[in-house]
Ligand binder design. Structure first.
Ligand code: HEC
Length: 125
């Protein structure tokens, strides 16, 4: 009887050891597939967004800092880069329109600096 329970204990011990070693051999879970950049999923379908750089290249010139910070408040600076070269009068009217009609918070000193900048970089005078 005694040797029988010893056999039982040994068998149970072996099974336990086998069980433990089995745990160690479990394959690691497959790493989640890497999500490509700028993608998101809608109902299981992957969509991608391409975000273009916001600021087109504008030439360095006096007034550029004011132009870039004020004129990009409401819309892309592409609104300006895609315009043809305008005479000073047209740029003045354009900036005045942004202030008067669309309420751009730009005072007259900064406005004239911006007009000078636009005339310098994008005008046929
Ligand atoms: C307070 C918001 C605001 C600011 C700041 C602003 N704009 Fe605009 N701008 C607008 C709106 C609104 C439109 C019209 C958008 C449309 O029709 O789709 C516009 C359109 C334009 C256009 C397209 C032509 C037109 O007249 O519609 C130009 C060029 C332009 N803006 C230049 C400028 C410049 C230069 C500055 C900086 C002095 C400036 N904007 C700052 C609101 C603003």
């Amino acid at each position: 009887m005694k040797s029988r329970s010893l056999v039982l204990y040994i068998t149970a011990g072996c099974c336990f050891a086998y069980f433990l070693s089995g745990c160690h051999e479990q394959p690691a879970p497959a790493p989640a597939p890497k999500k490509p950049e700028n993608t998101f999923t809608v109902n299981g379908s992957v969509r991608e967004i391409k975000i273009n750089p916001e600021t087109p290249d504008f030439p360095e010139h006096e007034g550029k800092a004011e132009f870039v910070s004020y004129c990009s408040m409401c819309h892309s600076l592409k609104y300006i880069s895609m315009q043809p070269d305008f005479p000073r009068k047209t740029w003045e009217a354009e900036v005045t329109k942004m202030v008067a009609k669309y309420k751009a918070p730009i005072d007259s000193i900064v406005s004239s600096k911006i007009v000078d900048y636009l005339v310098a970089i994008k005008s046929k005078s």
